[in-house]
Write a protein that binds this ligand. Structure first.
Ligand SMILES: Cc1cc2nc3c(=O)[nH]c(=O)nc-3n(C[C@H](O)[C@H](O)[C@H](O)COP(=O)(O)OP(=O)(O)OC[C@H]3O[C@@H](n4cnc5c(N)ncnc54)[C@H](O)[C@@H]3O)c2cc1C
Length: 416
């Protein structure tokens, strides 16, 4: 069923009884060509591009819970292409271009809103760093404009520019960045993959990976054993656990990240504002809630909820940035598990086991990467060679030391 204004009208006039389930609910077969472990954004987009770009459809996506119940439905929905290091910039640039055509391609209202992203700077040194980053982003073919304080005050008059500790000197502005509805992206890719014949199997946890003579043979699940010639691990915060089933130890730590939303307010923030020095960022949802978050909870955990000290730090940062937020009431908070790599950049690679592939290490930036990652991972699984946008996302870099350290914080997982 295609979505359209006409369908909405027609269904509305007939009591909304004609909508059909958006994907099938198949029982798992005993054998597939390809199994993808994890029905988050990256697993679903990989399945979609395997089918669409490579004509491969004998595929199962195995999800231990429900589609979109992981981080893809828990993030703060920011998409952007303002990375500046070689290895990252081309990849995120490609991903944002895919985002721009995605609502039409998937025939799904992803609520993509390119409302612009501001990254604030607070010192001359930080301004110089952002000027260099902005030039790299422009050279890459994306957009970036350095705004001084006067220009920024006109656009964001409600910020506290004269804060003693973090006076705001200006911002790097990325006009094509913005937000998208997170779970709709998962649903859109799920529907697209299902339409092409991919089996999406929910409530099916992978409990073991079968390896014989250095080759992957399939997986053990809570719904029985399933054989496959190729298996992709795409489980974000659970990467280390699932890779351990194949005897692998990853350069990844899993950490908690929280987010918060206020009660619905009249429109006040028409962009995304990133206050990196205070580890705080904020936007406003279409329902009016101010959506914001901060840093990791700073200890490794597989719990999907955060703790109060971080909530306190985040609200302090919010008050530092825009004191008027003190009048808003926080409605709820939630957490997700971040697969923090040692350099803050992802892994899209083969493993030492034939037929076993790994997609991981998205840290807290993997939502914007969903289209680009699926595209590149599908290419790798289908052809055996890395896609040109993801050539540097190899596991080997953690041995050779050729890290892609966008933050420049060194090899410490929780600082990226
Ligand atoms: C609070 C928060 C804010 C964020 N904000 C942003 C943002 O603004 N912009 C941005 O770009 N990124 C953001 N992120 C990061 C982004 O959400 C993640 O990097 C990305 O969603 C991870 O990829 P995924 O969607 O495939 O993960 P998930 O949705 O977590 O998918 C992995 C799936 O694997 C399944 N799984 C795990 N183990 C097994 C198993 N054994 N068998 C079967 N299935 C299994 C899980 O149930 C899960 O559904 C944020 C994350 C959080 C938590």
């Amino acid at each position: 069923m295609r979505f359209s204004g006409w369908q909405v009208l027609r269904q509305g006039l007939s009591g909304n009884k004609g909508w059909k389930p958006q994907w099938r609910d198949p029982a798992p077969k005993s054998k597939y060509d390809i199994i993808l472990i994890g029905g988050g954004g990256h697993g679903l987009s990989t399945a979609y591009y395997l089918a669409k770009n490579h004509g491969l459809t004998n595929i199962a996506v195995l999800e231990k819970g429900y589609l979109g119940g992981g981080n893809v439905g828990r993030n703060t929905t920011i998409v952007r292409a303002d990375y500046s290091l070689p290895g990252n910039s081309g990849f995120y640039s490609h991903s944002l271009k895919l985002w721009e055509g995605l609502p039409a391609e998937l025939n799904y209202n992803l609520m993509l809103s390119q409302r612009g992203v501001y990254r604030l700077f607070h010192s001359d040194g930080q301004r110089d760093h952002f000027a260099r980053a902005g030039n790299a982003i422009v050279n890459q073919g994306d957009d970036a404009v350095l705004l001084d304080q006067t220009a920024l005050r006109k656009r964001l008059p409600y910020l506290d520019y004269d804060n003693a500790r973090f006076p705001i000197h200006g911002a790097l502005y990325h006009a094509r960045g913005g937000t998208a509805r997170h779970d709709a992206v998962a649903w859109g890719y799920a529907r697209g993959a299902d339409q092409r014949g991919v089996d999406l199997i929910q409530n099916c946890e992978v409990t073991g990976i079968d390896v014989e003579n250095g080759r992957v043979r399939g997986v053990q699940t809570t719904r029985g054993a399933i054989r496959a010639k190729k298996v992709g691990i795409v489980v974000a915060g659970h990467s280390s656990r699932v890779a351990a089933m194949a005897g692998m130890r990853l350069p990844i730590e899993s950490h908690l990240l929280q987010a918060f939303v206020t009660e619905g307010l009249k429109p006040v923030i028409d962009s995304v504002i990133s206050f990196g020095m205070g580890h705080f960022y904020i936007s406003q949802s279409d329902k009016g809630g101010l959506v914001f978050g901060g840093d990791l909870d700073f200890y490794a955990s597989y719990a999907q909820r955060g703790n109060l000290p971080r909530a306190e730090q985040v609200t302090q940062a919010a008050m530092t940035l825009m004191p008027m937020i003190g009048k808003a009431r926080t409605l709820r908070s939630w957490g997700g598990i971040m697969d923090m790599s040692a350099d803050g950049s992802p892994i899209i690679d083969k493993t030492h086991i034939d037929g076993l592939f790994l997609n991981a290490g998205w840290c807290y930036g993997g939502f914007k990467a969903v289209p680009g990652s699926g595209w590149a991972f599908a290419h790798l699984i289908a052809t055996g060679s890395p896609h040109q946008t993801a050539e540097k996302y190899m596991l080997e870099r953690f041995k050779t030391g050729h890290l892609i350290d966008e933050e420049g914080t060194g090899a410490q997982h929780n600082l990226h």
